[in-house]
Design a protein around this ligand. Structure first.
Ligand code: SF4
Ligand code: SF4
Length: 326
């Protein structure tokens, strides 16, 4: 494996994979929905009924693309930042280290998949209601996010490396709310967190920083999703061009003013209020859900804002959680 091949593989997969396009009901099987832990990663959805996750051919949404070409950063599995994530007040002791996923881990690859322009533009129109494009991308598009992790993991395995994509592995645990699912093995994971926070991992690998929204701002902005792969492939780590957790944020607070759930107060975000708002969207649009007003219609949606930042906030500790929590 090398960087050029990795970039090509990810770009071609996103162009060509049917998982990156909204499909008709008839094309989406129950096996598609179960594969790659789609159900577990979509807790508000209704994955038991695959047909609900399709779309009508006449809807105007059929065939829409979910994600643009991904960007990625590669970090060393030995980066001390991974240990830092286990501290109370960062993510916590339940956060796993790279070698908990792959014993011979040498590298961690973080991908950021930017939402398609159509999705971001559509979600700017109404200040409260999520655009249908956003709902489709958040729920149906989840399959593509996970499929990219599987594709990269399997390509590395095919070349003889060990590899794991934590979000689709059995050991992955996330808690979308305070109440545990009946019988769930929580492994010490606190509410609104997971044992592998893609946003925090992205920060450690050099992919980007946090914003005042608590969202992750990559070099191509915050409107998108993340997934990572841990591997024994020993790649040269990326140089980080930031030193503080808010370096890509200019502190304008546009994200907070956009929030229809009134989830921001003081310096933090009330994940319970965000979760309640998301739940209300699920009641209305089930099996889909979503909001994303704090990821669209804001200055950092497509670019990082470091050039205009007033300070690095190097001592701040962004918490885990929220719709974008993974
Ligand atoms: S909208 Fe402004 S304050 Fe919010 S994350 Fe983006 S740059 Fe930071
Ligand atoms: S996703 Fe949550 S925090 Fe973001 S705007 Fe919506 S309700 Fe607010």
């Amino acid at each position: 494996m090398d960087r050029e091949r990795l970039q090509r593989l990810a770009a071609e997969f996103c162009d060509e994979s049917p998982t990156n396009y909204l499909s008709l009901k008839a094309e989406k099987s129950r096996e598609d929905v179960r594969r790659n832990n789609f159900a577990r990663n979509n807790l508000y959805g209704a994955p038991s009924d695959a047909e609900l996750l399709g779309a009508d051919e006449d809807s105007g949404y059929y065939g829409m693309r979910f994600y643009k070409t991904p960007v990625f950063a590669i970090g060393s599995a030995d980066d001390p930042g991974f240990e830092e994530l286990r501290r109370e007040g960062v993510v916590g002791p339940s956060h796993r280290l790279p070698r908990d996923w792959t014993p011979e881990a040498k590298s961690v690859i973080s991908f950021f998949l930017p939402f398609a322009d159509r999705t971001v533009e559509a979600n700017k129109k109404d200040p409260v209601e999520p655009a249908m494009e956003w709902l489709y991308t958040r729920v149906d598009g989840q399959q593509h996010l996970l499929a990219l992790g599987a594709r990269v993991r399997d390509a590395l395995r095919g070349e003889g490396y060990d590899a794991a994509a934590p979000q689709i592995e059995e050991e992955y645990v996330m808690r979308a709310g305070p109440a545990p699912m009946p019988g769930a093995d929580l492994r010490g994971v606190p509410p609104y967190a997971s044992n592998w926070s893609e946003r925090h991992v992205g920060y450690v690998t050099g992919l980007g920083t946090f914003g005042k929204s608590t969202n992750f701002i990559s070099k191509v902005g915050c409107a998108g999703r993340l997934i990572s792969v841990v591997t024994s492939w020993e790649a040269t780590p990326d140089e980080k061009d930031y030193g503080g957790v808010y370096d890509y944020c200019n502190g304008c607070m546009a994200c907070r003013r956009r929030c229809p759930g009134k989830a921001y107060a003081g310096d933090g975000k009330d994940h319970r209020l965000c979760g309640e708002f998301i739940h209300r969207t699920c009641m209305k649009y089930a099996p889909r859900y979503g909001c994303g007003k704090c990821q669209s219609g804001i200055p950092c949606e497509r670019e990082q804002m470091r050039a205009k930042a007033g300070g690095s906030g190097a001592d701040a500790r962004p918490d885990a959680g929220g719709e974008n929590r993974i």
